[in-house]
Ligand binder design. Structure first.
Ligand code: BGC
Length: 338
């Protein structure tokens, strides 16, 4: 009987020792793994401290860039965003796109400030209101976020690069084209996207510089807030107030279409119209001669190029401080089917 009890006790002791030994082995293994992970993390943080180049990113650790557009769901900005999204997808970058519901300089600046607070790996933003946004761009760059201006530059800021149209030159080009094509002196009204936006001001300056001394005269100006409806309303107001108007030029993407709405409504289709961009409806109106010509920009290319440049920068390559994308003037002969 005694013998049997001893045997049972020995067996129990043996089983307990095995359980304890297994637990010990597991604990040691777990500790080893955690130590490895901690090492890897320290490495990552350490690598991040070096300015350039950054460690290669994986899907779990991909770059996070933010693109701030002038207005959400606007056809011009949808094209630009598509270029950025395509490049981001190819390179496995997480791209967040944000923008005001309706174009607003204040909200645009607020969104930039908010994006800076989130500390992404890079920001793309229009230098929409260069005076108000330059200090914000500088703040972001000082905090270590590379910022690329897109579509509109803030040339005096510390942005690392600008990708987009040379807006002043594009206005000059359009003004010179108008002057060369139109010998009869014109009374011209301009509809601009906004009074405060840098690119709109630069375009207007370019157009008016080109028209100086040509006999053509700018007699009125309205602002559309980049809305087709508002462009139409402004154009209609001007046509009433300045019946001598013979030509109207829109300087943002939907202005010429809005101007055409107004001349059709008021039955003044003899008014000559010029505009910007080649959104589908603009192309239709150009091909039918209702809009005489339009300055074509490269929004898709701007978005694509900006993402590529940001990645080059993150990898430690030197990038150009300005990348001007192409502009050209498109008229009916360029869009008409042969
Ligand atoms: C300008 C953009 C603007 C858009 C509005 C374009 O011509 O480059 O800055 O937001 O027009 O339609």
């Amino acid at each position: 009987m005694r013998n049997t009890t001893d045997k049972i006790q020995r067996k129990m002791l043996y089983a307990v020792s095995i359980v304890l030994a297994t637990a010990l082995i597991l604990l040691i293994a777990l500790f080893g793994q955690t130590a490895n992970e901690m090492n890897a993390m320290t490495q990552l943080v350490g690598d991040r401290d070096q300015t350039n180049p950054e460690p290669a990113r994986t899907s779990a650790n991909r770059y996070h860039f933010v693109l701030i557009v002038e207005e959400n769901n606007h056809p011009y900005w949808n094209l630009l965003s598509k270029g950025a999204v395509d490049a981001a997808e190819e390179q496995d970058v997480l791209l967040e796109i944000t923008g005001p519901f309706r174009s607003s300089l204040t909200e645009h600046a607020n969104l930039l400030d908010k994006a800076i607070t989130a500390m992404p790996d890079g920001i793309f933003v229009q230098g929409l209101d260069d005076v108000a946004e330059t200090p914000l761009i500088n703040k972001g760059v000082e905090k270590g976020i590379p910022i690329i201006t897109i579509d509109t530059d803030a040339a005096l800021s510390r942005r690392i690069s600008y990708v987009g149209t040379d807006n002043y030159q594009s206005g000059l080009k359009l003004g010179q084209y108008v002057a060369a094509q139109t010998k009869t002196p014109q009374k011209i009204a301009l509809i601009s996207g906004s009074k405060g936006a840098t690119n709109q001001r630069e375009r207007v300056n370019g157009i008016s510089d080109a028209l100086k001394g040509t006999g053509h005269e700018i007699i009125a100006m309205g602002f559309s807030n980049i809305s087709r409806v508002q462009a139409g309303q402004e154009a209609e107001k001007i046509l009433k107030q300045y019946p001598e108007t013979t030509m109207m030029i829109g300087t943002s993407g939907l202005d010429a279409i809005g101007i055409y709405d107004a001349v059709r409504r008021t039955k003044q289709e003899e008014i000559i119209i010029y505009g910007y961009d080649n959104l589908p409806e603009t192309l239709n109106l150009v091909s039918s001669g209702k809009i005489k010509g339009t300055v074509v920009q490269e929004p898709y290319e701007m978005g694509r190029k900006a993402v590529q440049l940001m990645l080059d920068y993150k990898k430690g390559s030197a990038i150009p401080s300005t990348v001007y994308t192409d502009t050209r003037i498109l008229t009916a002969k360029d869009v008409k089917q042969p």
